[in-house]
Design a protein around this ligand. Structure first.
Ligand code: MEV
Length: 383
């Protein structure tokens, strides 16, 4: 039996970091995907393996099922019972990955492997199988590569897990999940994200699972709310990958540490970002009947993005490379802001409807001269 499942990356239009501290954020899926293909092997043979082929990295890893069972012990083997990864289990997982001699400094890859082993064994048990992963998303650059991996993986594992065969709508060789199963996919993916990022808000796995554009708010420690937004005009973004690597977990904790040092000031910044998200949510859903109304709406959107970038700079998550993109695009009166954790990674530049192809090409060429990589994305496709 085999299943192929894909999940999109994301951009955050407003509210990253502040969302971890309870502010609202606006995120949307983009038309770049991670695909996970799992083929189960028959059980009861000798040399049963759980294999993982990370195609884009040319990395092929495997663990004997018997070894995993011996180290990790009994597991639920039916994905309907959601589990969190305890610190003891994380230690066992890191021991299993350490045997593969992956460089320690590649934190994202190592933690992605812990998440893989955790999700696979918790949802499917020790069933032998091969998982192949391919992705169109640059890794660790703010476009939600780890969330799209965790969502596509959880989706494929849940589709293969026995308890779920009745809850999947099948059409020819395609299937889609019913809403309650989608919610479970997102919850399992969140558990994977916690392994990779420490204390994520849950926005990345939510938008990757449900797609489109959402307003997201973490209510209390464990609950969150998600409101789908219907953008009345199509939004096009130029994404610039600065190619500066960074680590979401440490950026999120640096903001939390700053919040502990300056509680009142940081809380005012988070409130201001919350207002930007609230205003942006209303703006994207507001009707724009003619060209003048569309231009006015786009001007407002750019102002909100610009204010958000200023506030992200002031909480310490911008970077020289991000500021270079902001300055370069500003020469053509365009507005850019970082997306995701910042500290490098990817930057969004809003592309107004009336922007000429010549100006777009000029901006891209200037950015590429700085060593950056640019690509256009459509915002808000399916999850
Ligand atoms: C990462 O894509 C967004 C952050 O706000 C972290 C999170 O919300 O989990 C930086």
């Amino acid at each position: 039996m085999e299943v192929r499942c894909r999940a999109p990356g994301k951009i955050i239009l407003a509210g990253e970091h502040a969302v971890v501290h309870g502010a609202a954020a606006i995120a949307a899926s983009i038309d770049l995907y991670t695909e996970v293909h799992i083929s189960l092997r028959p059980s009861g043979q000798e040399d049963e393996l759980i294999e993982l082929d990370l195609k884009d990295m040319g990395l092929n890893l495997s663990w004997p099922c018997s070894q995993l069972k011996e180290v990790l012990g009994d597991c639920s083997a039916h994905g309907s019972v959601l589990m969190s990864c305890t610190s003891e289990k994380l230690e066992l997982l890191s021991g299993l990955v350490a045997q593969k001699n992956i460089p320690q400094e590649n934190v994202q890859l190592n933690s992605g492997l812990y998440a893989f082993l955790f999700l696979y064994t918790s949802i499917l048990g020790y069933k032998p199988g091969k998982t192949i992963v391919t992705s169109e998303l640059p890794m660790g650059s703010g476009l939600g590569s780890s969330a799209s991996f965790c969502v596509a993986l959880s989706g494929a594992l849940i589709a293969l897990s026995e308890g779920f065969s009745l809850k999947i709508k099948e059409k020819k060789d395609q299937f889609s999940f019913e809403k309650n199963v989608l919610e479970l996919v997102s919850k399992w993916a969140f558990e994977g994200e916690r392994i990779v990022h420490g204390k994520p808000s849950g926005i990345d796995n939510t938008v990757s699972t449900f797609g489109n554009m959402i307003k997201f708010k973490k209510e209390l420690k464990t609950t969150s709310s998600m409101t789908p937004l219907n953008s009345t005009t199509p939004l096009k973004m130029l994404i610039t990958d600065t190619r500066v690597g960074r680590n979401t977990k440490s950026l999120v904790s640096s903001v939390s540490e700053r919040a502990l040092r300056h509680p009142d000031t940081m809380s005012s910044v988070f409130n201001a970002i919350n207002s930007i998200s609230d205003e942006l949510a209303l703006l994207v859903e507001s009707p724009a009947a003619d060209k003048a109304a569309v231009s006015e709406k786009e001007e407002k959107l750019m102002e909100l993005m610009q204010m958000n970038q200023g506030l992200l700079q002031c909480i310490g998550v911008s970077h020289e490379s991000i500021e270079t993109v902001v300055r370069t695009t500003m020469k053509e009166k365009l507005v850019s802001k970082l997306t995701g954790a910042g500290g490098g990674g990817c930057v969004l530049t809003f592309v107004p409807t009336l922007l000429s192809a010549a100006v777009t090409e000029k901006v891209i060429s200037e950015l590429e001269k700085c060593g950056f990589r640019c690509f256009m994305v459509e915002v808000g496709g399916p999850g």
